[in-house]
Each structure stands twice: as structure tokens, then as C-alpha cells.
Design a protein around this ligand. Structure first.
Ligand SMILES: NC(=O)c1ccc[n+]([C@@H]2O[C@H](COP(=O)([O-])OP(=O)(O)OC[C@H]3O[C@@H](n4cnc5c(N)ncnc54)[C@H](O)[C@@H]3O)[C@@H](O)[C@H]2O)c1
Length: 263
């Protein structure tokens, strides 16, 4: 299937590493131009180099998405540089603590909600007027199955992502008439550097044997008996932000090996 993303312009947040970086490269390979955002300027430079190395075009925007004014300036600069922004992928996120809710730090909780929920809302607020004016747009929000079915030790993170899911549905209803699709990709466990780092820390705490037993137990929760890879998420994002998915809006697509099957 040709997704026809050539000459589309996509803004991907949290694109300095992991899934966001992989998604940005996926867009570039499909012929789209990019604005890549992150607070990590060094990682962003790597993303831009990787995109240029395959003949793509990308502008880095080292902006904290919790700052609405900075987000507005980023979108204005992107619109100026490329004449439009067709696609927004709200991917940036933060999972600072892996603790029971009562043991979490309220300040860390607030930060997670600000980055995940307000960050996505700010980018949406800033990008929508241009999309409405042009009568074309795709907004894709990255959630998590932790928000769909609940996850102990991730209450703050899943609360923020649950907000993103509800926000997606409401905005999809508001802007559908302008030919703008708004959807969610909800990953299950996915082997990004963030997950691999968490697993390394866990291995140190539990010891190799106990960690391996735990990892096997985790895999048994997945009917496909596999932890996801970043390309699984990128494929779903590219599809949902293409016109091949033009009749899909307000939907949550889990990419999770069957971990959760939500009706
Ligand atoms: N890896 C998994 O197992 C998994 C599972 C479910 C959902 N997800 C989701 O997938 C997405 C990508 O996760 P990942 O594993 O690649 O994590 P990651 O930590 O590698 O990527 C997140 C990026 O967001 C950036 N970021 C954080 N705060 C920011 C801010 N204020 N402004 C701009 N950028 C900011 C970080 O610098 C980082 O580069 C996230 O939304 C995450 O919640 C991941």
C-alpha cells in the first residue's frame, strides 16, 4: 500500500530518542518533511542527521512542550518554513517513577501530567488553526495500554495518558467536519531505549535469573508471546496519519501483541 506521505509535513514531539525518533525516520523514509521536537537538543541533532543521511529534510525544535508560548512559536516557525503542517504526532512523555501511587512524589506526578497531557493539548491548540484553515490534518496521539486497562506503579502516567485518550475523542468530534482525523496509537510494552533502560535497572535489582523468569511471565501476558518493537508502532502511526485511514477518527488502536483486548 502506498501511504502517499510524500511532501506531507509532520511534526513529531519527543523525537530525540526511542519511538519518536523511529517514527520521524519512518515519515522521512515515506517522503514526508519534518519538524522534530524534544527538550533534548543533542538527541534532536542526531535525529536530524539520521533523516538527512537518507535524503530527508528536518528542522529541529528544542522546545519544552509544557510551555504554550514556546509551542506556538515552534508551530509558527514550522508553518513558515514548510508552508503548512499536515500531521502532528504527540509522542513526548515522561515516566519518572515506578512506585505505588502513595509513594510517588506529587511534584513528579504534576510534571508527568504537564508533559503528557498539557504538552499534547498545547501542540493541538497551536497546530489546529492552520489545519482548519487548509481543511486538512491528522493528529495522532501516543497513549499506552496502561491507560486502557490500568497498571499498578504507573498511576500518574496512566492518568495523564487516559486524559490524552479522552481529549482525542472530544477533539475528533469537534474537528471532523474540517477533514481532520484524530486518533490514538496505544502501545503495549515496546523495546525502546526507555524500556530497555528500565529492564536493565530491574535486572540489577532482581538478579539475572529472577529477571529472566519475570520477563517470561510478562511475555505470557501477550498472546503473540512477543514484546513490541519500535517499527510496530511506526507502522501504525504512518497508516493512521495517511489518507489510507481517512475514514478512521476518534479511535484507539492498541499495538500490543494482544495484551489487552478492549471492546
Ligand atoms: N516503550 C514502551 O514500552 C511504551 C509503552 C507504552 C507507551 N509508550 C509511549 O511511547 C512514547 C515514546 O516512548 P519511548 O519509549 O520512546 O520513550 P523515550 O523516553 O525514549 O521518549 C520520550 C521523549 O520525550 C521527550 N520529552 C520529555 N519531556 C518533554 C518535553 N517537556 N518537551 C518535549 N519533549 C519531551 C524526551 O526527552 C524523550 O526524548 C511515549 O508517549 C510513551 O509514553 C511507550
Amino acid at each position: 500500500m502506498d501511504l502517499q506521505l510524500t511532501n506531507r509535513v509532520a511534526l513529531v514531539t519527543g523525537a530525540a530518542s526511542g519511538i519518536g525518533q523511529h517514527v520521524a525516520l519512518g515519515f522521512a523514509k515515506a517522503g514526508a518533511k519534518l519538524i522534530v521536537n524534544d527538550v533534548n537538543a543533542e538527541g534532536l541533532a542526531e535525529t536530524v542527521s539520521a533523516i538527512e543521511a537518507i535524503g530527508g529534510e528536518a528542522i529541529p525544535a528544542a522546545v519544552d512542550i509544557t510551555d504554550l508560548k514556546a509551542v506556538e512559536a515552534m508551530i509558527e516557525a514550522g508553518n513558515k518554513a514548510f508552508g503548512k503542517i499536515d500531521i502532528l504526532v504527540n509522542n513526548a512523555a515522561l515516566l519518572t517513577e515506578h512506585k505505588l501511587y502513595l509513594d510517588t512524589d506529587p511534584a513528579a506526578c504534576e510534571r508527568e501530567i504537564r508533559v503528557i497531557l498539557f504538552g499534547s493539548m498545547h501542540c493541538t491548540r497551536a497546530v489546529l488553526p492552520g489545519m482548519v484553515a487548509r481543511g486538512y490534518g491528522k493528529i495522532l496521539n501516543i497513549a499506552t495500554d496502561a491507560a486502557r486497562v490500568g497498571q499498578e506503579r504507573e498511576a500518574n502516567y496512566s492518568a495523564a495518558k487516559g486524559g490524552v485518550i479522552s481529549f482525542t475523542k472530544s477533539i475528533a468530534k469537534e474537528v471532523g467536519r474540517h477533514n481532520i482525523n484524530v486518533n490514538v496509537v496505544s502501545p503495549g510494552a515496546t523495546n525502546s531505549p526507555m524500556r530497555i533502560g528500565l529492564q536493565e535497572a530491574l535486572k540489577e535489582t532482581l538478579g539475572e535469573a529472577q529477571w529472566l523468569a519475570r520477563e517470561e511471565k510478562v511475555k505470557r501476558l501477550y498472546p503473540l508471546r512477543r514484546i513490541g518493537e519500535m517499527e510496530d508502532i511506526t507502522n501504525a502511526v504512518l497508516f493512521l496519519t495517511s489518507d489510507a485511514a481517512r475514514q478512521i477518527t476518534g479511535q484507539i488502536l492498541s499495538v500490543n501483541g494482544g495484551f489487552a483486548m478492549v471492546g
